[in-house]
Design a protein around this ligand. Sequence first.
Ligand SMILES: [Zn+2]
Length: 66
Amino acid sequence: MANVPSQATPSNPGNQLSPGDEAQPGTLGSGEDLCEDCSGKGKLSDGRECPTCEGTGKVIRGIGGG
Ligand SMILES: [Zn+2]
């Protein structure tokens, strides 16, 4: 197929990051955290799905920060 970009290739295709995610799930040094925008509810105060975590209520954050 086509050449892959120089950036890291996700080991599991189809696993899309939410806008609020800071790292790939399973990435060393990252972990799940509650989405601050919806307080982990997955929905905003108006009942809409939280765009930051895409309704999961969780985001992937980098831990340690180098
Ligand atoms: Zn959220």
